[in-house]
Design a protein. Structure first.
Length: 353
C-alpha cells in the first residue's frame, strides 16, 4: 500500500497491485483479490494479510470467504479491535510471535503460529564489496573508528503519540551511560527529523546532552533508496550492541537480524521482545495505557537500560557465537519448512472446505 500508485507492476513474475485511496488501502483489497481470482479460477480464494488488522475497517472484507491474517500483537492484552477482527468467522489468524499466540489463546481465538524469519544474508560479515571494487568494513560504513564502543539503534521514527520505539528513554539512557565513557558512540539507522509524524531526534539528542561528535545518522539518500542487506549485516557485525527497547513489538525483526550477525541485543521485557533474546539483556519498566488501542503498552525504565548498556560494555567484544546459534531458528528456509508448509496445508484444507 506504499510506493505504487495508478497502475499495477510485476516483480519476479508476480503481479503487484497498486495502493488504494484509503490510508491503508483496505478500500481496494477485496477488489484486487477478486481480480486475481478471475485469472486463477481453478484455485481457492485466499486473502493473506501481513499488517496491523485494526486498520482494516472496510466492510467489504466481511464478504470474502477466507482471510488469513499474519497478525502482529504488540499490546497486552490483545486490543479489542484486533481481537474483533481475528475472531471473525472468515478470518484465520496466524500469530507471528509466541507472545501473540499466548494472547490469542487467553482470548479463546483459534489460530496458527508462524514466526517471522530472516534470510541467511544476515550472518557475521567483516567486509563487503563496494561499487569501486574495494572492500569496506561495517565500521567504515558507519563512520566509526575500530576503538569505539558502538551502540546501534535500528528503528522507524514514525508516530509521536506515543513514539513506540521509546526514542527518549533509549537516548537518555545512552547519554547517562556514555557520560564517563569517551569511547562510547551511537549510530542511528533511521530517519532523524520526524518526517513520518515522528520526533526530531537531533532536538532530543541535544536535550539529553549527546553532542554531535557522539552520534551519527545513516546517510538519508541511501536509507530512502534502500541499503543492501549485506551492508546491514556488516553494520550489525561491527556494532557492539543493538539498543532496541520499545513500548511493544509484534515481533522485532532487527533483534534477530543483529544476533544472526553476532551482535548482542538490549530489549524491553514486554510482548514479543524477550522471546527473541539469545545473547543480550531485557529491561524492565512499567505499564503505559494506550487509550487509542484500549490496551497496555510499556515504558522501558531508563536506569535499567543504563545497567544493560553497562553490562554490554563489560561483555567480550566481537561476534557472539551464542547469538548466532540462537538466531538460526529464525532462518527463512527453516521457518518455511517447519512452520509455513504445515500452516499452508491447514489453510488449503480450510479454503476447500
Amino acid at each position: 500500500m506504499y510506493g505504487l500508485a495508478g497502475s499495477s507492476s510485476t516483480w519476479n513474475g508476480f503481479k503487484i497491485y497498486p495502493q488504494g485511496l484509503a490510508a491503508y488501502s483496505d478500500d481496494v483489497v477485496v477488489a484486487h483479490t477478486m481480480e486475481w481470482a478471475s485469472h486463477n479460477p481453478d484455485l481457492p480464494i485466499l486473502l493473506m494479510t501481513l499488517f496491523d488488522v485494526w486498520v482494516l475497517k472496510s466492510e467489504s472484507l466481511k464478504t470474502l470467504k477466507n482471510i488469513a491474517s499474519w497478525v502482529p500483537i504488540d499490546h497486552q492484552p490483545t486490543p479489542p479491535d484486533v481481537l474483533q477482527f481475528c475472531a471473525r468467522p472468515n478470518v484465520r489468524p496466524i500469530a507471528m510471535s509466541k507472545f501473540g499466540s499466548r494472547m490469542l489463546d487467553i482470548a479463546g481465538v483459534e489460530h496458527l503460529y508462524v514466526p517471522h524469519a530472516i534470510e541467511n544474508v544476515f550472518q557475521p560479515t567483516e567486509k563487503i564489496d563496494t561499487n569501486g571494487g574495494g572492500r569496506m568494513t561495517g565500521r567504515e560504513f558507519m563512520g566509526w573508528q575500530d576503538d569505539r564502543f558502538v551502540v546501534t539503534m535500528v528503528a522507524t521514527n514514525k508516530g509521536n503519540q506515543p513514539a513506540r520505539k521509546a526514542w527518549a528513554e533509549n537516548i537518555l539512557a545512552f547519554s547517562i551511560f556514555a557520560k564517563d565513557k569517551p569511547d562510547a558512540v551511537l549510530y542511528l539507522y533511521t530517519e532523524p527529523d520526524g518526517a513520518m509524524s515522528g520526533i526530531s531526534l537531533p532536538t532530543l539528542l541535544d536535550a539529553c546532552g549527546v553532542g554531535a561528535d557522539r552520534y551519527k545518522v545513516v546517510d538519508q539518500y541511501a536509507y530512502r533508496h534502500g541499503i543492501p542487506q549485506k551492508v546491514m549485516a556488516a553494520m550489525y557485525t561491527a556494532s557492539d550492541v543493538l539498543l532496541c527497547c520499545s513500548m511493544g513489538e509484534g515481533f522485532g525483526i532487527p533483534v534477530i537480524e543483529a544476533q544472526a550477525c553476532g551482535c548482542r541485543v538490549i530489549v524491553s521485557n514486554f510482548t514479543a521482545q524477550p522471546e527473541l533474546v539469545g545473547d543480550g539483556w531485557t529491561v524492565d519498566g512499567q505499564p503505559w495505557w494506550d487509550a487509542a488501542q484500549k490496551s497496555w503498552f510499556f515504558t522501558p525504565n531508563v536506569p535499567d537500560i543504563v545497567k544493560a548498556l553497562e553490562a554490554a560494555y563489560e561483555a567480550p567484544r566481537g561476534v557472539s557465537d551464542e547469538a548466532v546459534r540462537f538466531a538460526a531458528q529464525y532462518d527463512a528456509d527453516f521457518v518455511f519448512d517447519h512452520y509455513w508448509k504445515p500452516t499452508m496445508e491447514v489453510l488449503s484444507k480450510w479454503c476447500r472446505a
